[in-house]
Design a protein around this ligand. Structure first.
Ligand SMILES: NC(=O)c1ccc[n+]([C@@H]2O[C@H](COP(=O)([O-])OP(=O)(O)OC[C@H]3O[C@@H](n4cnc5c(N)ncnc54)[C@H](OP(=O)(O)O)[C@@H]3O)[C@@H](O)[C@H]2O)c1
Length: 273
């Protein structure tokens, strides 16, 4: 089957052989705003059926409205707080109860916490670890068996350039992204002969609500979320293992992680208001 909405994709989103001529169905966590919302737009533009998620009902419904208006077709919105125990299972159950199978899973929802580790609130730190790591792992484990049975599917896990070095004053966040990258590469290896592509996206700072929530200014040279999403879409369709938007971000991967760690610590100090 070709991706009918966009034949220019050369059929790369086309390995959904058991479903006749249906378009791929994409579940994107944390898609009421930021990179997740723009990823939904990128998939929506290519005719994919969208299932969006967020923890705040109003924000999610407003995103659903915007997407439905843009693409003139229904979008499924599932409110679920993935930082809560059982959140991933509840999301999977709600999507299954709606009779929707998922061809492409995008684990995008994530949060950061900025402070020295002894100053980070105990419960908030636990929420971060649940959202950034546990929910992501559990959604992979919930959807991989279905994808293996069909012999097709894609998973895009959102890590960060934070995955490439430790992050003082942002320690759990950086460590969580290193986890996402390592986990994604490992399950990619397992899935490689079973028709399922697993890719990790590692953006640098991007203009979203992310830094606001961390209590700092968005760095001035940050990328546009739309550009990050489009780049990610194209690299996912080409099954790139580790997707790093931006030439400079790719080049800086070669810098020793100890040097980068010190730079991160300096920038976090400077970014504090
Ligand atoms: N922005 C950057 O500079 C940057 C750089 C590298 C990587 N990333 C990663 O990119 C991903 C998206 O970040 P972003 O910058 O787009 O952040 P954002 O603007 O804060 O958006 C986060 C999205 O996740 C949702 N979300 C937050 N907590 C959730 C929860 N507990 N359960 C379900 N959904 C939740 C939010 O909706 P609700 O608040 O309504 O739940 C929102 O839709 C994250 O994994 C982040 O770590 C971001």
């Amino acid at each position: 089957m070709m991706d009918r909405a966009n034949p220019k994709d050369g059929g790369r989103l086309s390995r959904y052989k058991d479903r006749g001529d249906k378009t791929p169905r994409v579940l994107i966590t944390g898609s009421s705003g930021g990179i997740g919302f723009e990823l939904a737009r990128s998939f929506g533009k290519r005719g994919c059926e969208l299932i969006i998620n967020g923890s705040h009902e109003q924000r999610l419904l407003s995103a659903k409205e915007r997407l439905e208006k843009e693409f003139a077709r229904p979008v499924t919105a599932v409110v679920e707080d993935l930082s809560l125990p059982g959140g991933a299972k509840a999301l999977h159950r709600q999507v299954a109860n709606a009779g929707i199978g998922v061809d492409i899973l995008v684990n995008n929802a994530g949060m950061g916490l900025l402070a020295a580790t002894d100053e980070i609130d105990f419960e908030a730190d636990e929420s971060l670890m649940r959202l950034n790591m546990i929910a992501l792992v559990q959604l992979c484990k919930l959807y991989l068996p279905e994808m293996y049975r069909r012999g097709s599917g894609k998973i895009l896990n959102i890590a960060s350039v934070a995955a490439f070095q430790p992050g003082p004053y942002n320690s759990t966040y950086f460590a969580s992204k290193a986890f996402v990258l390592s986990y994604s590469r490992a399950i990619r290896y397992e899935a490689r002969r079973r028709g399922v592509d697993v890719c990790a996206l590692c953006p640098n700072s991007t203009k979203t609500g992310f830094f606001d929530k961390e209590g700092i200014r968005t760095p001035p040279m940050s990328a546009e979320p739309q550009a990050v999403a489009e780049y990610a879409y194209h690299k996912l369709t080409r099954n790139k293992a580790v997707i790093v938007p931006g030439l400079v971000n790719n080049l800086t991967r070669a810098i020793p992680s100890g040097v980068k760690m010190r730079l991160v610590a300096m920038m976090k100090d400077m970014g504090k208001e």
